[in-house]
Design a protein around this ligand. Structure first.
Ligand SMILES: C[S@@+](CC[C@H](N)C(=O)[O-])C[C@H]1O[C@@H](n2cnc3c(N)ncnc32)[C@H](O)[C@@H]1O
Length: 227
């Protein structure tokens, strides 16, 4: 992200949100995470055996998701692509009706929604953050796009992209580096990759497009690669 205005604040805020979304709340007195001692239930409040079993069953999926988020690498903070740039990315990627596109780290789902709605593609977003994944899935369902737009709530480093015609990414350089061997191994010949603002250091771009002003005074650079 070539942040034209106050990037450090933005990154700090987003990282803070990411920690909160991952369920890691610093203790109020600060100075590190504190494990609280479990309080003993008063005798009259002691849960029954079946209540305890139900609680474990209900809590298990949430705990699994939190454990997965904690284990996974956060490859970029949430910083949405302006709508005007969303369209330019999909145009540059030459997305056609019926093609499969994946947005790696899909945020609020704007690229996935545009790909399905405007370009009639079969679009999938992969998003680690619990609340962004839920928010984007709800939006897709409200827009009645569920047949052609999907959100995988998970780690983008753990997915199968072998069917992709187009991949879009807006990740930090370390994120692009980590995803490079996965895409090299999985992508079929001719698949396109469009990267926003940060290039893939291991590849030579087929085309570079500059957007001087996104309407809010920020400039952007897009990179097109082909396998
Ligand atoms: C800069 S935002 C881009 C959002 C969206 N693609 C866009 O262009 O508007 C990066 C997104 O990647 C997500 N992300 C970071 N690491 C991830 C990982 N390992 N797996 C899945 N999503 C991840 C973040 O939560 C964030 O929503």
């Amino acid at each position: 992200m070539r942040y034209a205005s106050s990037p450090p604040e933005c990154i700090k805020t987003q990282v803070g949100q990411a920690l909160a979304c991952g369920g890691l709340q610093p203790a109020p007195h600060a100075g590190g995470l504190k494990v609280r001692r479990r309080l003993k239930a008063a005798p009259q409040m002691r849960p029954t055996q079946s209540f305890r079993c139900c609680s474990i069953l209900l809590l298990a999926p949430t705990l699994l998701v939190q454990a997965q988020e904690a284990r996974s690498d956060k490859l970029a903070p949430y910083y949405p692509t302006p709508e005007i740039v969303v369209d330019k990315m999909l145009q540059l990627g030459g997305l056609k009706a019926g093609e499969k596109m994946f947005d790696l780290g899909s945020g609020d789902g704007r690229l996935v929604i545009a790909a399905a709605r405007k370009y009639k593609a079969d679009a999938t977003g992969v998003e680690l953050d619990d609340s962004l994944a839920r928010q984007s899935a709800d939006k897709i369902s409200n827009l009645k796009l569920s047949a052609t737009a999907h959100i995988i709530h998970g780690d983008l480093l753990q997915q199968d992209y072998s069917s992709a015609d187009l991949i879009t990414v807006y990740l930090l350089p370390i994120g692009n580096d980590k995803v490079t061997p996965i895409l090299e191994k999985q992508l079929k010949k001719g698949a396109r990759i469009v990267a926003h603002d940060f290039e893939f250091s291991a590849w030579k771009a087929e085309k570079v497009v500059d957007i001087d002003d996104d309407g809010e005074g920020r400039s952007h650079r897009l990179y097109l690669y082909r396998r």
